[in-house]
Write a protein of this length. Structure first.
Length: 111
């Protein structure tokens, strides 16, 4: 099966999955759960969960740095109180960072 980006969804296509993950990371700062949802969802890329997990593990993102980048991005588009930004970073409808990662993001933007 071929996804709309032209990458095969077979397990043999691990390097293609890695390229997809690199491209996806370059587009946005996203927490692990969000990445799994995007890569593994039938409405997203449709890759098997084990392949999505491998791609994330292979790249080993610094989630504190990702949270900091996301916090800066949120503040570029809107003003947030510390509590509001924390909620946005940790919400299941927001970035889905852990409390520790969100606090690192808040510290990075001076909260």
């Amino acid at each position: 099966m071929i996804c709309r980006l032209g990458f095969s969804k077979s397990k043999a296509s691990v390097s293609a999955n890695r390229r997809l993950r690199v491209a996806w990371t370059a587009r946005a700062s996203v927490q692990l759960t969000g990445i799994h949802n995007q890569l593994g969802s039938q409405y997203g890329s449709g890759y098997p969960l084990d392949v999505a997990t491998w791609a994330v593990d292979y790249l080993a993102p610094d989630w504190n740095a990702e949270a900091a980048e996301q916090a800066k991005s949120y503040l570029e588009y809107s003003s947030f109180s510390r509590d509001g930004l924390y909620e946005q970073l940790t919400s299941q409808y927001g970035s889905q960072f852990t409390p520790e990662q969100a606090n690192a993001g808040l510290a990075a933007v001076g909260y």
